[in-house]
Design a protein around this ligand. Structure first.
Ligand SMILES: [Zn+2]
Length: 205
């Protein structure tokens, strides 16, 4: 961890604590967000006022997670419309996850609408991270993070098609990193040649 990383994390924790958000660094490799029951590496819960990050993995893996969750906090603080739309409309937030867990949600357009709302909100969050990375010289490279963010947001399109979450995160697969744009994408439904094929081949057990 560089001095700049430490300084950034320290300032971010002060910012969170000043707004009465509890910061929890779990020693596990994964954490579970209550309502989704989906394994993840961190989350920001504005209702219970906590930000949780799994720090069992090396710092190069969890620092991007911390940045992402901190940026959700910024969305909450800034009263971001997309963020609040999902908090205030539970169906919009949950239909996609319920459908993924096997529930029948009809018509399917409700699932797609839910996925698009989540993707759009998530990518707005990533844009806050992009900005933080450009302003602070952290050990995470801007271009590397943009690739991760692009992969994560485009992965929802694969889920909508095949109704499966990954076993192995697609942003850990080199052949996927090799084909993904290194600049922010302007369209969350963008079709990247070979992306679906490589996810199907590498990310599902
Ligand atoms: Zn997120």
């Amino acid at each position: 961890m560089t001095d700049n990383d430490k300084l950034f994390i320290g300032n971010a924790i002060s910012h969170l604590n000043n707004k009465h958000i509890e910061v929890i660094f779990s020693k596990q490799n994964n954490v579970y967000q209550e309502h989704e029951k989906i394994k993840c590496t961190g989350y920001f819960d504005c209702k219970n006022k906590s930000l949780v990050v799994a720090t069992g993995l090396p710092q190069k893996n969890w620092l991007p997670v911390f940045l992402h969750e901190y940026s959700h906090f910024i969305q909450w603080l800034n009263k971001d419309k997309l963020f609040y739309k999902l908090i205030e409309n539970k169906n919009l937030q949950n239909y996609f996850w319920y459908w993924l867990q096997g529930q029948e949600i009809r018509p399917k357009s409700k699932v797609i609408e839910s996925a698009r709302a989540i993707q759009t909100m998530e990518y707005e969050c990533e844009k806050i991270v992009f900005n933080l990375l450009q302003k602070n010289k952290l050990s995470i490279l801007y271009q590397d993070y943009v690739k991760y963010a692009n992969i994560d947001v485009l992965f929802y399109n694969v889920v909508l098609k095949y109704r499966r979450w990954y076993d192995i995160p697609p942003h850990t697969i080199q052949s996927i990193l090799d084909i993904i744009p290194i600049e922010p994408i302007d369209d969350i439904t963008k079709v990247i040649p070979l992306f679906n094929e490589l996810v199907l081949k590498n990310c599902f057990k």
